[in-house]
Ligand binder design. Structure first.
Ligand SMILES: [Zn+2]
Length: 495
């Protein structure tokens, strides 16, 4: 049955419930907006989901929503995608298969931007491969399940409204976390098409992106009364932490090894977009003479390679700046070379950008031999959840003994770590964004460590600048919030 009757509530119709099926951590992203409305006397419910990711690292051991999540999965027919990262999309196929096994015959519609659509098949096929390996060769679902899911995907442009039914409309808004990412703006309307409740879900949020044109944000949304669901990954970090550490470290390593016959720099990078940012940075450093022409630059990883080709082949869908030069000179693709020759290199100065930001995937091949090599710099990029190999490597220093799979490795290489490529908003940027709205009826903080969420709630509550925010809450999986046209009505424990 498509529209379930819901029990009588004192809250005036229409009202929404916001349910955040995260684990009280950074991953996964999985939000549901449950819309309850009065359709000429009939009380109906429609569920709009935003993202359905996979928990990463220790987050996977934390409990989710249990029974309530199952109800939401069964009754959700519209799913919006913020961007392709696995903590936002890694659970899509599971969700579709769950519904199929329950005998739900109406397909879910999964909307995403044209950019995200370009690489969704690659993401899901890679996700299946990685999870199968992690699960001792047993796949979580079949390749057919991935194909069935891909048939449910619908590409959509920015700022193109879609009516879910007569009462619910949504559109994607440009966001620069990735070249293809989108915020979701959802409107709940009355019988006369007047929007009564407005919800904006940022997903991972960043105002600018080195590679893309400036994002367009429709100004009229800023003047609407609004519920805002915002990420807080780096809510406790200041923008001042964004020094050009990567540049400095690479240059100083190159200078230190000037007299050597060879060196290796390994940069394990997330294949979807971080790789392009690293390549762009290396290309800029070459252009400025900071990387000598004798240093070769290589790219390893099927997913990185295919994503890069999609981006370069579809500059409009990825909103690329006109004339931007992403590729370093003489970039070599490892797919065309023998990887062993590169790993055992003793005659060349080389930088290898390899896929697997968490240090799985292609980068794994280099880790053990190169960690033991003192002519090597291993450069960790971005967030590493505790308990992962990436976290252990990123925190290691020469002389440490660390475990990787079944091997213990005595570290000799230099190791550096930066978050400067991660494209989440720092505290000042989140504040600026929140302050740009006239009337926030409810501000819900999601997608960040519990501590940083709570700190951010405190900050908004105590800072006198936030006269535009009527209510603020760390919205984790334990609670759901009920909100009407006017205000947050109720907060309930999830059963
Ligand atoms: Zn992301």
């Amino acid at each position: 049955m498509r529209n379930k009757k819901c029990k009588g509530k004192k809250v005036p119709f229409p009202y929404i419930e916001i349910v955040n099926n995260d684990r009280g951590g950074v991953t996964p992203s999985n939000l549901y907006i449950v819309v309850n409305y009065n359709d000429y006397g009939k009380i109906r419910q429609e569920i709009v989901g935003v993202d359905c990711g996979l928990p990463q690292g220790r987050d996977a051991e934390k409990p989710g929503l249990g029974n309530r999540a199952e109800m939401l999965k069964e009754n959700c027919y519209v799913l919006l995608t913020s961007h392709g990262h696995v903590d936002h999309t890694g659970g899509f196929v599971d969700l579709c298969e769950y519904r199929r096994k329950k005998g739900i015959d109406e397909d879910i519609k999964v909307y995403m931007t044209h950019g995200t659509m370009h690489y969704m098949p690659a993401i899901q096929n890679d996700n299946l491969k990685v999870r199968t390996t992690e699960n001792s060769g047993k796949p979580p679902y079949s390749e057919g399940a991935v194909r069935r899911f891909l048939n449910c995907c619908i590409p959509l442009g920015y700022d193109e409204p879609v009516n879910v039914n007569d009462y619910i409309r949504f559109r994607f808004i440009e966001n620069c976390h990735t070249m293809d990412s989108a915020m979701s703006f959802i409107e709940v309307m009355d019988n006369n098409d007047n929007p009564l409740i407005n919800v904006l879900v940022t997903g991972d949020y960043k105002k600018e992106n080195n590679l893309t044109k400036d994002a367009y944000f429709p100004d009229w949304i800023r003047h609407k009364p609004l519920y805002l669901v915002i990420e807080s990954t780096y809510a406790s970090e200041s923008k001042a932490s964004e020094v050009k550490k990567f540049r400095k470290d690479i240059v100083s390593f190159i200078n230190k090894n000037k007299g050597n016959k060879y060196f290796n720099i390994l940069i394990p990078a997330f294949s979807m977009e971080t790789t392009e940012h690293i390549l762009y940075e290396l290309a800029s450093m070459q252009a400025e003479g900071l990387i000598p022409t004798g240093v070769s630059i290589k790219l390893d990883g099927q997913l990185s390679e295919s994503h890069l080709k999609k981006v370069l082949g579809n500059p409009k869908d990825f909103r690329l700046k006109d004339g931007i030069k992403i590729l370093p000179d003489n970039l070599q693709l490892v797919s065309g070379i023998d990887r062993k020759l590169i790993i055992n290199n003793r005659s060349e100065k080389q930088i290898v950008v390899a896929s697997g930001g968490m240090m799985q995937g292609a980068s794994q091949n280099y880790l053990v031999p190169w960690l033991k090599n003192k002519n090597t710099l291993i450069y960790a990029i971005g967030y590493k959840p505790e308990g992962t190999a990436g976290y252990r490597v990123a925190n290691a220093k020469p002389g440490d003994l660390i475990s990787l799979g079944d091997t213990n490795v005595l570290v000799q290489a230099q190791i550096e770590w930066t978050r400067e490529f991660s494209r989440h908003s720092k505290q000042e940027e989140l504040i600026e964004f929140i302050l740009s709205f006239d009337d926030i009826r409810g501000l819900f903080i999601v997608h960040g460590e519990e501590e940083s969420r709570n700190q951010f709630v405190k900050l908004v509550k105590n800072d006198p600048r936030f006269t535009n925010v009527k209510f603020v809450k760390n919205l984790n999986y334990k609670q759901r919030v009920i909100a009407s046209k006017f205000k947050v009505e109720d907060i309930k424990e999830n059963e």
